[in-house]
Ligand binder design. Structure first.
Ligand code: NAI
Ligand SMILES: O=C(O)C1=N[C@H](C(=O)O)C[C@H](O)C1
Length: 250
């Protein structure tokens, strides 16, 4: 069983903890959140500890509560706090932070020299499949107009990292992204291809935040098969597809 620790116990982290703690492939050892708190058993998941980062000796924590992998649903700068500890111990990192700066991403790539790192602004299988489909259509029909629509819950501050990745993948400027913030929408992404006589819409909806948990589980299992390095979710998806094609080939 893979021992894991989760960083971030907010909107997404809580749902991800629910999914990973009930997956027989993983042993959830601890959940870390921003505010100060002594370590207590996680309600309903007594085998796991809930601990606050403030005032915590991280090195001592990792020594006393070793894990094989960390899943990060906290915030971008957290990686600067734990990154060296993971490198020294060769602990895998699955990071779902979607608002990394180029500097954060460069640091994560450096971490890949000593451990296995996966970073994805959207950790659902569905959105990464949509990305592959959109990339194919963009290459087949570069003449078509393309726009990206992203919709999220009212309090999400930034343009979605997913939409920015879609735009980058399709060689679009960020001004081709339309953002809506309303109600409790978990995550909606739509890529609209405008042809002269037809329209193609590729749509993905994260209906529940548990979708991020199943995506994290997929990423953990696939990353464990990799050598040291820095990977995106689609790197892992392509690895899985190649593995399946080889198996089909007998
Ligand atoms: N890649 C993906 O598919 C997804 C990515 N996200 C991203 O995950 C992040 C969190 O999203 P939400 O859960 O909505 O935010 P949130 O604000 O509800 O939760 C963040 C949590 O992280 C904690 N935290 C802050 N600094 C920390 C640290 N250094 N160590 C441990 N915990 C720390 C906070 O106390 C809070 O509980 C955002 O960057 C969001 O874009 C969210 C959903 C899906
Ligand atoms: O903040 C969120 O919740 C989400 N953030 C990610 C993003 O910014 O793309 C992914 C998902 O849409 C949910």
């Amino acid at each position: 069983m893979m021992k894991i620790g989760v960083l971030g116990y907010g909107r997404a982290g809580k749902a991800v903890v629910n999914v990973l703690s009930s997956d027989p492939r993983f042993e959830l050892r601890w959940v870390m959140r921003g505010r100060a708190a002594t370590a207590t058993p996680l309600e309903g998941l007594e085998q796991a500890l809930l601990v606050g980062l403030e005032g915590l000796d991280l090195e001592q924590w990792f020594d006393q509560h070793p894990v094989d992998a960390v899943v990060d649903f906290s915030q971008a700068d957290a990686v600067y706090r734990y990154g060296e500890l993971l490198r020294e111990r060769g602990i895998m990192l699955v990071s779902a932070i979607s608002a990394y700066s180029p500097e954060h991403l460069e640091y994560l790539r450096q971490m890949g020299q000593d451990t296995r790192v996966m970073s994805s602004p959207n950790i659902t299988l569905g959105i990464n499949f949509l990305l592959l489909a959109a990339k194919m259509l963009r290459e087949i029909a570069p003449f078509a107009d393309v726009e990206v629509i992203e919709q999220h819950f009212r309090d999400k501050p930034e343009v979605s990292g997913t939409a920015r990745k879609i735009a980058e993948t399709l060689h679009l400027e960020d001004d081709r992204i339309t953002s809506l913030r309303l109600g409790g929408i978990v995550g909606h992404h739509e890529v609209v291809f405008g042809f002269p006589h037809q329209t193609v819409r590729l749509v993905h909806d994260s209906i529940r935040r548990e979708a991020f948990g199943t995506g994290a589980a997929f990423a953990l299992e696939e990353l464990a098969r990799c050598d040291k390095g820095f990977y995106s979710f689609d790197d892992l998806l392509m690895q899985k597809i190649r593995h399946q094609l080889l198996n089909m080939g007998g």
